[in-house]
Design a protein around this ligand. Sequence first.
Ligand code: LLP
Length: 434
Amino acid sequence: MHHFSYHGSALHCEDVDLAGVARLYGTPTYVYSATTIADNVTRLQRSFRELDVQVCYAMKANSSLALLRHFANLGTSFDLVSGGEIRRVLAAGSEVKASVFAGVGKSEAEIELALKNEVFSFHVESEPELARINYVAGRLGVKAPIAIRINPNVDAKTHAKITTGKSDNKFGIPLAVAASAYEAASKLPHIRVAGIQMHIGSQLTTIGPFTEAVKKVVPVVAQLQADYGLEYFSIGGGIGIIYEDALASGDQAWWDAFPAAERPITPEAYGAALTPLLKDLGLKIMLEPGRFLVGNAGVMLSRVEYLKRGAQKNFLVIDAAMNDLARPAMYDAYHEVVPLQRDTSRAAMTADIVGPICESGDCFAKDREIQSVGEGELVAFMSAGAYGYTMSSRYNTRGTAAEVLVQGSSFELINARETFEQMIANEKIPAFLA
Ligand code: LLP
């Protein structure tokens, strides 16, 4: 469910005409729906209402300051992965006291920043990291709360680059050595054992791997709780979203048309499957969703530069590129592309949708059938709210896109398009070349 739909022939985000947004701020521009995000948070929280649950939004999915403030207002905390992300939460006027700090390569400076801001817990990925956290906490005269990330060795059946719970991934420690790792942690003077964590991958489209992993880890959690008095169990993130039928999935009727057993993953089904497995632990349960909360709440708007009719193929050359939305080039990811002005009287066309960057990988879709559109017309990439803007780069000296937030009939620019001057601001020509 989301709030992008046609009002007549014009694609809207909530009550705002997206063509008007593109006219005001140019393209490419990301547009987010605040109401969709609020609905997603509420649905997830409700789905776990029988448990003491804390939603830690994985802000790597979208770390815009405006969205962070929105999440803080909705009562979520954050799953953080760098000093930069900690500073973003603070810059958004929030705090990290209920947030967790994850990642395999935490530096001393990042650990210190997290401790000084009283982070709720560190999600530890290795023994050397544990030793470093103990050392930094000792230097500051505090005890660092930690959870060790367990790798349950479950196949999440998702893209190889975003699966994390198999034993050949760099993440976490094997289940078999959990007991000894916790024993070692409990002996460190500046460490307080607070919880346990796992995360098996991203964009999971079925519940099976989640229940398999939780079932595998729960007995170990129960034992560790008995031995060390844990406060919480974080089951990570990873709930998948709809990419292929993204626009249609805004409508409840689209979901209702599936027989229950074949319905794509929903937060309700996720909560219903996991609650009975987790209830008896009596622990606080943490969730770390990123994509599910923001993915379907954002689109990327782009303008057609040229329709190039080739001998074999048509190429729709647009003004957005792989530097703006890296997912298709990086993971062969599918994003639905729809016209901002729907015109059912027009014939469909088949084209490769490509950006202006000088490499063949700058391709958003191959042989895609879409309504015929031509120069100057606008399109939207659906399900672009997660891992869109945050993964953008400046390749080909293209500044980062603008971002706009919509709520009802209000909208505001929340991040201006990067200028050429900003792009080169830190560069200089050395004296020996002058
Ligand atoms: N927790 C941990 C420890 C993670 O590593 C991640 C994502 C999450 C939570 C949030 O996962 P989510 O709920 O968003 O699936 N750039 C890729 C996705 C990379 C995910 C990395 N870790 C993409 O565009 O598909």
